[in-house]
Design a protein around this ligand. Structure first.
Ligand code: ADP
Length: 270
């Protein structure tokens, strides 16, 4: 579990970018964090993963206070982070070495290292690239390698900071499929995004505005919170627009039920 207790954060230049954040994220939960550029989303992920320490308040991750310097390695064994640009995360010119480097950094003195790396690559559908040069892969493939790097560390919490921004539609789709599987496998997922397809993968949505939690709602209640999405210029898929229009006509169909076939069936019954 992640507990963020009354956290504020100021950068060294005195810029207070998080203000009195209170948030609990349960094990196995998938949370989408949305908000305008500069609202503090990335800073929040840095605070959760312990890369930055709160200026006020505390962050407790699986019982570890992120301010406790003796627990730094332990904390990194609990939270993995995937950034927007996969190119910034590659160091070696062999996929295997790149993933192994992250493991060595965490002092993961695992005997079955090869097997762990192989399994991690399999989870992202990249096992046949184990000996390839990551610099020669597409951006989408690079991002999948970055995710495998995190999976090899066996962290139960994965933070993804706008991981598909730089990818083409095919690359984006591959990431969605991976993330969906990780959710099924019980990982705790914190996903920063303003893309509706990605928001809809989550159980809960948290909107950040000017460093504060502006709104928090369950994905199933998204139709009651479209104003929040619209205020962020998030494009709504046609199906959500249809459900919204129906709602205005007092036909309430929950988003949970939203396969097209089911919707058509419901409408023909009305
Ligand atoms: P978001 O991820 O929502 O775009 P960020 O967390 O990146 O927002 O940034 C929040 C605010 O913090 C912005 O005003 C940004 O300019 C500022 N900021 C980000 N990084 C630094 C830094 N290293 N030093 C000072 N200010 C920063």
């Amino acid at each position: 579990m992640i507990e963020i207790n009354d956290v504020s954060y100021k950068y060294k230049n005195g810029n207070e970018v998080l203000k009195n954040i209170n948030l609990k994220i349960n094990d196995g939960e998938f949370v989408a964090i949305i908000g305008k550029n500069g609202s503090g989303k990335s800073t929040l992920t840095k605070i959760i993963s312990g890369l930055e320490k709160p200026t006020k308040g505390e962050v407790i991750v699986n019982g570890i206070n992120t301010k406790n310097k003796k627990e730094t390695i332990n904390l990194r064994k609990n939270v993995g982070i995937v950034f927007q640009n996969p190119e910034n995360q590659i160091i070696f010119n062999r996929v295997y070495d790149d993933i192994e480097f992250g493991m060595k950094n965490l002092c993961a003195n695992i005997e079955n290292r090869e097997e762990v790396i192989h399994d991690a690559l399999k989870k992202v559908g990249m096992e046949e690239y184990i000996k390839k040069d990551p610099f020669e892969l597409s951006l989408g493939q690079k991002q999948r390698i970055a995710i495998a790097g995190v999976l090899a560390l066996n962290t139960k919490i994965i933070v993804l900071d706008e991981p598909t921004t730089m990818l083409d539609p095919e690359g984006k789709k591959a990431i969605y499929e991976i993330v969906k599987k990780l959710k099924e496998q019980g990982y705790t997922i914190i996903y920063i995004t303003n893309v509706i397809d990605e928001i809809l993968l989550a159980d809960r949505v948290i909107a950040i505005k000017n460093g504060q939690i502006q709104k928090e709602f369950l994905k199933k209640d998204i139709l009651k919170n479209l104003d929040t999405l619209k205020s962020l210029n998030i494009e709504l898929p046609v199906i959500v627009q249809i459900l919204e229009k129906l709602k205005q006509k007092n036909i309430n169909i929950e988003l949970e039920e939203f396969t097209i076939d089911e919707l058509v069936e419901k409408l023909s019954m009305n």
